[in-house]
Design a protein around this ligand. Structure first.
Ligand SMILES: [Ca+2]
Ligand SMILES: [Ca+2]
Ligand SMILES: [Ca+2]
Ligand SMILES: [Ca+2]
Length: 220
């Protein structure tokens, strides 16, 4: 006859295995899931996806040194453009192979930026893609890239930013056309993550953009 101790050990082993299985599940990355395909009231974004949120777009860097969004000491109309996206889910998100396009590049199916292999966004982490240059700074602890195609090329007078996943399915697009041609600041969701897009200064007075952070400069 087996001892009580044997059954106790059996119990502990069983629950340990169960816990590990649940933990492995929690740690796994998951796909982006469509939850709402109603239009944003600004009509600039077609769909909203749970877990991967387009939060800010700077297509018109301000003139002079205030326009040095990537922090490399040089204000450049192309290099200092940026797109900010957030993993708003509770799980790590594998965005390897996800791609960004402007309207011209979409028409020839050549991405302005493709996220490299092993690009994993932690829960609550932002990723910022600048047009180019040498991004310099902390950017709220976000992942930071310069566009792999050297440029985002977001035309101030009208353009469409399109984001595709690693299967080349369109996740969402952001239409600049109805927005100001020369805002000299970014458009950001306000409140961050779920609000409608507005000019950054009207969300946080005196601040023209916030790559990798909330509108008030705090971390996500
Ligand atoms: Ca531009
Ligand atoms: Ca710069
Ligand atoms: Ca363009
Ligand atoms: Ca921001």
């Amino acid at each position: 006859m087996k001892s009580k101790l044997f059954y106790k050990i059996l119990h502990i082993t069983f629950f340990t295995i169960l816990l590990c299985t649940v933990n492995i599940r929690c740690a796994k990355t998951e796909d982006v899931v469509l939850v709402d395909n109603t239009n944003d009231s600004t009509s600039t974004i077609d769909t909203i996806y749970y877990g991967f949120v387009l939060n800010e777009v700077l297509y018109d860097p301000p003139s002079g040194s205030p326009g040095d969004a990537n922090g490399d000491g040089i204000r450049d109309a192309n290099d200092d453009e940026f797109v900010e996206l957030i993993n708003s889910s509770a799980n790590s998100l594998d965005i390897s192979g996800y791609k960004l396009y402007d309207a011209d590049r979409l028409s020839i199916n050549t991405a302005n930026h493709e996220f490299p292999a092993n690009t994993i966004l932690n829960p609550g982490q932002a990723v910022v893609v600048f047009g180019g240059g040498t991004p310099t700074g902390n950017f709220g602890g976000s992942l930071v890239f310069a566009a792999s195609g050297q440029v985002l090329n977001l035309n101030n007078s009208g353009d469409v930013l399109t984001v595709k996943n690693n299967n080349d399915s369109v996740l969402f697009s952001f239409d600049v056309t109805s927005l100001s041609n020369n805002p000299n600041e970014s458009y950001t969701r306000f409140p961050d993550l779920y609000g409608n897009f507005t000019q950054h200064d009207s969300a946080s007075t005196g601040i023209l953009y916030s790559p990798g952070t909330r509108v008030d400069g705090t971390d996500f």
